[in-house]
Design a protein around this ligand. Structure first.
Ligand code: CA
Ligand code: CA
Length: 363
C-alpha cells in the first residue's frame, strides 16, 4: 500500500460474519447474489485477477479498501443533518471526480481506474470490487490471512464528505474519535494497521517513494509492530515532513500516526501484544478487515463469498527479527504489562536475555 495517510484491513473473520444471518452456501450453490457467478469464476480462472495481487497494485488495492469504507459518519448526519457517506459502498470509484481530489486520497487515481474497468466488465458493484481486491491483495503476501468477502453491495448514492480519512499527522484522540464514529474501536484501528507490514509510503516524502514501513515489506509479519517501537534516530529522506517522525533505520519510513499509536497509553498495550505473535496479528487483522468491509452496509442483504478468496500458500516467519545493529535497549515500550513476555522468543542472545528477564520478573 502507499500510505500517505493512515491505511488499513482471516479465518476468524468468518466467525465474525457468522453472527449475521448470511447464506454463505448461496454464493457457490444457489448463487442468490446477482454477482455471485463472477466471483466464483474469478480467482484462479480469470487471469485478470492478478492485477490485484502483486506489487504496487496490491498495496493500492488495500489502501483503497480502507479509504472507501471509512467514509462514513453517523455523527455528521446527526449533528449537521448532512449526508455522512455510505461507508464501503464504492463511492470512491462512482464519485471519483469528487473524492479523488481530497488530499487524503492522493495516489489512488490509478487503482480506482483499474478497479472500475473490472467492475464494469464483470458487472459487479464498485463497493464489492473494492473489498474483493483488498482481500485478494492480502493473501498474496507471505503470512497474509484469508479475509472474508461479502458480495452484493448496492451502488453508492453519494460522495463521502471530505475529512473522514484519518491522516498521518492527526493526534491519537482525533484518530480514535474518527474511527469510533465509523464504528471501529481503538483496538481495531491498531489491528488494521497490520497492513503497514506490507505497505510503503509515496506522498509524505515525495523524494523517496516506495519506502516501506518495516524491513520486510513483502511479508505480512509482526516486524512492523516491533520496528515501530525502536527509538527514532534518522530521516530516510532529506528531513522532516508533515506526518513523519524520525525512523530507526534509513531504509524504513515512520508515520507520525504509527509512532503515536504505538506509544499512547490507550493503544500501546494492544500494539505491543502483536510483537512476535503472528497468529494473533493475522486473526485480529482479518476480523477487523471483515468488519470494516461492512461499514455502512446491511450484512443480511449480502452473500458470503469468502470461498472465492484463495488461501495464502506462503507462510511468514513465526518470530519477528530484530534489525541488524538494534537490540532490546533501542525499544521504547510504554506498556509495562507485556514488556518482556512476547519478546522472549526472539532468536539469539537477545531472546535468551529476555527469557531470563521474563522468568525473573515472574519469580
Ligand atoms: Ca465510500
Ligand atoms: Ca513486514
Amino acid at each position: 500500500m502507499k500510505f500517505a495517510t493512515l491505511s488499513a484491513l482471516s479465518l476468524v473473520a468468518l466467525n465474525t460474519i457468522s453472527a449475521t444471518p448470511t447464506p454463505r452456501a448461496n454464493c457457490g450453490k444457489g448463487r442468490t447474489a446477482a454477482s455471485a457467478t463472477v466471483w466464483l469464476t474469478a480467482p484462479g480462472v480469470n487471469p485478470e485477477l492478478k492485477v490485484f495481487g502483486s506489487g504496487d497494485d496490491a498495496h493500492d488495492a488495500l489502501r483503497l479498501s480502507f479509504h472507501d469504507a471509512i467514509g462514513y459518519s453517523p455523527k455528521m448526519i446527526k449533528e449537521q443533518k448532512k449526508f455522512g457517506g455510505g461507508g464501503a459502498d464504492g463511492s470512491l470509484i462512482k464519485f471519483a471526480t469528487t473524492e479523488l481530489p481530497y488530499p487524503a486520497n492522493e495516489g489512488l487515481e490509478e487503482i480506482v481506474g483499474d478497479e472500475k474497468v473490472y467492475a464494469d466488465r464483470w458487472n459487479v458493484s464498485y463497493g464489492d470490487i473494492i473489498q474483493f481486491a483488498g482481500a485478494v491483495s492480502v493473501r498474496n503476501c507471505a503470512g497474509g490471512p484469508r479475509i472474508s468477502f461479502m458480495a452484493g453491495r448496492p451502488e453508492a448514492t453519494g460522495a463521502a464528505p471530505e475529512g473522514l480519512v484519518p491522516e498521518a499527522f492527526d493526534s491519537v484522540t482525533t484518530m480514535l474519535s474518527r474511527v469510533a464514529d465509523a464504528g471501529l474501536t481503538p483496538e481495531e484501528l491498531v489491528d488494521l494497521l497490520a497492513s503497514h507490514s506490507i505497505g510503503v509510503q509515496d506522498h509524505v516524502d515525495r523524494s523517496i517513494p516506495d519506502t516501506p514501513f518495516d524491513t520486510t515489506p513483502t511479508v505480512f509479519d509482526t516486524n512492523f509492530y516491533l520496528e515501530t517501537l525502536l527509538r527514532g534516530t534518522v530521516w530516510p529522506g532529506k528531513g522532516h515532513n508533515n506526518g513523519e517522525v524520525a525512523s530507526a533505520l534509513k531504509s524504513t519510513f515512520r508515520l507520525e500516526s504509527d509512532y503515536a499509536l504505538s506509544r499512547d497509553k490507550r493503544t500501546s498495550c494492544h500494539w505491543q501484544s502483536f510483537v512476535n505473535n503472528q497468529s494473533r496479528m493475522a486473526d485480529r487483522f482479518a476480523a477487523a478487515m471483515a468488519k470494516m468491509a461492512l461499514i455502512g452496509q446491511n450484512p443480511a442483504k449480502l452473500v458470503d463469498c469468502s470461498e472465492v478468496i484463495p488461501v495464502s500458500t506462503l507462510r511468514a516467519p513465526s518470530n519477528a527479527k530484530m534489525p541488524v545493529g538494534k537490540n532490546l535497549f533501542d525499544l521504547q515500550m510504554t506498556c509495562p504489562a507485556n514488556l518482556f513476555s512476547n519478546l522472549s522468543n526472539l532468536p539469539g542472545l537477545l531472546g535468551k536475555l529476555l527469557t531470563a528477564v521474563d522468568r525473573d520478573s515472574r519469580d
